[in-house]
Design a protein around this ligand. Structure first.
Ligand code: PMV
Length: 332
């Protein structure tokens, strides 16, 4: 990128939700049906460089060094239009985004991507916004992106208007030494992307019950994190993931994200926990199982997962920090 126009590079981590976001009360503003709670993933991140270039006649986007597809570009342009509206920034942006994990590896990148894009775009324009406002803007790109702005363990409040639906840290990454050991079962692209799934959540008879109990599950999960109480944490995290997938499976049309191997891993994880290993599972909108464990158990969990023939690959992450401005380190 030429140096004559202002630019900035931001790094944001992916996150895994312990209490899941599924369904909106307002799809346009992405005001969620329920609050959610997650952990940033230190080892999985996106670096995005934004340059506001007054000679451009439209926004441009490269992803991992390649010109983005029209669909990916359109999603980013729609987001930038909202960002321009909320911040008063004018002109078009040249955007280059790189993940440190392969795209299509079965690991969601929209959270880290929109969090990094938000921070880079705002900083490149010379603005310095409060973290809370950054989280509300990132939310407009992808709900879970709001949780990739603050550090460590993060809660996203529902809110009834744009300004009140924000995320904040409940504990720094070093507060609790846990890890995410991700069992990659499939690296295929999702048949139904999550932002489309949110729109059908209300068609499940189970969604109202899931939403009604979410505040209490979040309270229990948050307290378990603050108390470093893995037993309580494991039960509520698995239950919340099961509830979200029950809603997905009973939506119209139904969404089945599990593969047979997903269930195999879920059963193994429960068995290992009964045998004394501090590990539990949680699944996003895909077949891969995030096995959350006490840091000291991570090596054992990883080894056990690798003995399962259905598991293609295992990835590891500790809790991660906030979105930050950096010098670019990743080559496209
Ligand atoms: O932020 P989105 O629209 O990609 O939705 C994320 C949905 C889940 O990953 C399934 C749950 C969550 O809270 O992250």
């Amino acid at each position: 990128m030429s140096q004559e126009f202002p630019q900035a590079t931001a790094r944001a981590h992916s996150n895994i939700a312990f209490i899941k976001y599924w369904g909106n009360i307002d799809d346009q503003l992405r005001l969620p049906a329920n609050p959610s709670l997650s952990m940033n993933l230190a080892n999985l991140y996106t670096e995005t460089t934004v340059q506001w270039d007054t000679t451009l006649i439209r926004d441009t986007l490269t992803l991992n060094g390649e010109v983005a597809s029209p669909k990916a570009l359109q999603r980013v342009v729609t987001f930038l239009d909202e960002l321009r509206q909320h911040t008063g920034i004018q002109g078009y942006a040249k955007i280059s985004s790189v993940n440190n994990f392969p795209m299509g590896a079965g690991i969601a990148s929209s959270a880290s991507a929109f969090a990094a894009l938000t921070l880079a775009a705002v900083t490149a324009a010379g603005l310095s916004l409060a973290e809370r406002q950054l989280t509300t803007i990132a939310r407009l790109g992808s709900g879970s992106a709001s949780r990739s702005i603050p550090c460590g363990f993060v809660e996203w409040h529902t809110g009834n208007i744009h300004e009140d639906s924000y995320a904040e840290s409940i504990a720094p990454p070093e507060y609790w030494e846990i890890a995410d050991v991700i069992a990659i079962i499939s690296d295929e692209h999702k048949a139904v992307v999550s932002h489309e799934g949110h729109e059908t959540a209300h068609t499940s008879d189970l969604q109202a019950a899931r939403v009604a109990g979410a505040h209490e599950r979040l309270r229990v999960c948050k307290q378990a994190i603050l108390d470093r109480d893995f037993g309580t944490f494991a039960e509520v995290v698995e239950h919340d993931s099961n509830l979200m997938h029950a809603v997905m499976m009973t939506s119209k049309p139904p969404l089945f994200y599990w593969h047979p191997a997903t269930l195999t891993v879920m059963n193994c994880v429960r068995q290992w926990r009964q045998e004394g290993l501090e590990v539990c599972y949680t699944l996003d909108a895909g077949p891969n199982a995030h096995c959350i464990c006490i840091r000291s158990a991570a090596e054992q969990v990883s080894q056990k997962l690798q003995t399962l023939s259905e598991v293609k690959e295992v990835r590891f992450s500790t809790p991660g920090g906030p979105a930050v401005i950096v010098e670019p380190t990743l080559d496209p």
